[in-house]
Ligand binder design. Structure first.
Ligand SMILES: [Zn+2]
Length: 307
């Protein structure tokens, strides 16, 4: 089964929706690392949310959701680009011990220092253009609630999210009321449709969301509504790491730092947190990094190039 994202609209209204189910991509995310259950479920919900938002925003680029936690979870990162290529990872406090039923607050916002950051990084940046970054207050008992608050504040859009994840699947639904003036059906109809469909969404229980495929969910919830369904899209795992990017990261550390690490370890081994890809830089590689911008082939003598 392919991972699927399904957009739809309620006919003659400005209410739109999306359903997403992610299992293969989610399996690949989890294949690198085993997370304690509450962390895994939180990361899975963020994965579903990132796909829903990415398909929802008119934006050609990558949406990056990060939670910098002050509790047992230090960092959660989920990225999704306009083609629904996704990757995700989480970092725990190595000394943390979890009961297994922690709330979002207990995981990432124990002393109120946790931060939820949403970054929109455009694909084709103009010179000097910075990615847009929004800091989202962690005011809510769930990822869904936190993002609903964010959408209302930053986009002035009424948005409702239902998210659930377990080991097998991350599944979610989004409903949104778009602003409009005039047109077929009036704003009053929109409010009616909005209230009615949100109420239907609220009947969804976590277990039902986890156990039911999205086609069945759509029929079960909205069988009395007239719905226009768009072509399904397919989220996929894809890591954007590269030797060049790891090299740039080492350059940012500075030659002194890299030099001393080299002296200690002989060579530097770096594993990608997202996909597990291993990168190695020896003394020659590092010398080449810091001797750059002359020509690409500086330093390394001919004949010693590895493939
Ligand atoms: Zn990678």
């Amino acid at each position: 089964m392919m991972d699927t994202l399904q957009k739809f609209m309620f006919e003659d209204s400005a209410v739109r929706g999306e359903l997403v189910e992610i299992s293969e991509t989610w399996r690949q995310v989890q294949s690198r690392q085993t997370y304690p259950e509450p962390v895994r479920n939180l990361l899975g919900e963020m994965l579903a949310a990132a796909a829903l938002l990415s398909a929802n925003l008119k934006f050609n680029g990558t949406i990056i959701m990060q939670i910098h936690g002050d509790g047992p979870v230090r960092l959660l990162v989920v990225e999704c680009d306009a083609a629904l290529h996704m990757r995700a990872t989480a970092k725990l406090d190595p000394d943390a011990s979890l009961r297994g039923d922690e709330s979002v607050i207990e995981l990432v916002n124990v002393s109120g220092q946790g931060r939820f950051v949403i970054t929109l990084d455009p694909k084709d940046k103009l010179p000097g253009q910075q990615p847009y970054q929004g800091i989202v207050p962690l005011d809510g008992g769930s990822v869904a609630e936190i993002i609903e608050n964010y959408m209302l504040r930053s986009e002035q859009l009424d948005t409702k999210l239902w998210l659930a994840a377990d080991r097998q699947v991350a599944r979610g639904m989004l409903l949104q009321k778009l602003p409009r003036e005039g047109g077929i059906g009036g704003p009053t109809d929109d409010v009616d449709t909005w209230n009615r469909t949100v109420m239907l969404g609220d009947t969804l229980k976590r277990d039902e969301l986890l156990e039911t495929d999205i086609a069945t969910l759509m029929r079960r919830l909205f069988w009395e509504e007239t719905i226009r369904v768009f072509d399904p899209r397919h989220p996929e795992f894809h890591c954007t790491c590269s030797r060049e990017k790891v090299g740039n990261m080492l350059k940012m550390l500075g030659s002194e730092e890299v030099e001393s690490a080299l002296q200690e370890m002989g060579k530097l081994g770096i594993d990608c947190d997202f996909c597990g890809q291993h990168y190695e830089f020896d003394a020659v590689d590092c010398a080449q990094l810091f001797a750059t911008d002359l020509t690409g082939s500086a330093i390394r003598p001919p004949g010693s190039v590895r493939h």
